[in-house]
Write a protein that binds this ligand. Sequence first.
Ligand code: ADP
Ligand code: MG
Length: 353
Amino acid sequence: YDMFVLAFIERLFRPSYKKDEIVLGKKLGEGAFGVVYKVSLDKPSSKKRGGDLVLKKATEYGAVEIWMNERVRRACASSCAEYLYGFLESSSKKGSEYWLLWRFEGEATLYDLMKSKEFPYNVETLILGKVQDLPKGIERESRIIQTVMRQLLFALDGLHSTGIVHRDIKPQNIIFSEGSRTFKIIDLGAAADLRVGINYIPNEFLLDPRYAAPEQYIMSTQTPSAPSAPVATALSPVLWQLNLPDRFDIYSTGLMFLQMAFPGLRTDSNLIQFNRQLKRCDYDLVAWRKSAEPRASPELRKGFELLDLDGGIGWELLTSMVRYKARQRISAKGALAHPYFNKEELLALSVMQ
Ligand code: ADP
Ligand code: MG
């Protein structure tokens, strides 16, 4: 339990935040389990940086989200938005809420960026910090998407190596950090920490059906549910091996890869339609391609063309992420070592990081 003691001490010496010093700004999001605001501090000090912050007022899952953010902060901070503090706020009229604070990482999520006609060039501008005055073309787009995928898988590998499965990976939960010029993961409200059994029981209603892998439950129904912490600590590395729960996030990441490559699949309605088609093909992407390609629109054809570059190495990676059986999907670490990530091909800046 050393790790708990250390975490507790570290938290004691960190600046704490109170309701009264937080000045609410624009609302950034509102879900079933909480509201998110851009905020600032009334009186920033040397210990408490000024600048924009993000506040989430969360209901029942707030405690889990605080747990996950504390873990990430200590174990794999660069994977996620910089988390500052979380506390139980009981003076509000609605009863008690958990308040969580992060640094405001930037204006745009991957969802916002993908919605733009400029995608993926808008991402290139953000990553390089300047507009590239070069001809547009499929090779350049492929390079940008490669860089985004590498950043996403790097962040995901950090989480998975820590024992955390996110379970709600989607473009809306990927923020572009203007400080580090990389994509980071946000929204750990549905995450599970398998090393200690926190939020171990899968809450299927927390999952977004548009990005969820076909397995309904992260862990097979045969595994014991919600063991107490010491038992889970002893068992979970084994359970992790048996069930490969991290591959749930890999499937979702594969769908984001697909959406980046195929402009025609970026809208919600088209993604839902794609999911239906894929299900009809028994989640076999190769079968889906056989049925879709002959009658493909130019937009769809462009995706195949992009993934077919360099001997189809992109298509190969995509098909190893989006598979019916979790154990046949590649891991985040495995994907990072895939030949798709030929380092010479990546954007200059991301190579230097
Ligand atoms: P939920 O989806 O539960 O409403 P999120 O944690 O996903 O809550 O946050 C909602 C939205 O707020 C995000 O989609 C993003 O636009 C914005 N946001 C969240 N965290 C940050 C952050 N650290 N920096 C900038 N924007 C953020
Ligand atoms: Mg979210």
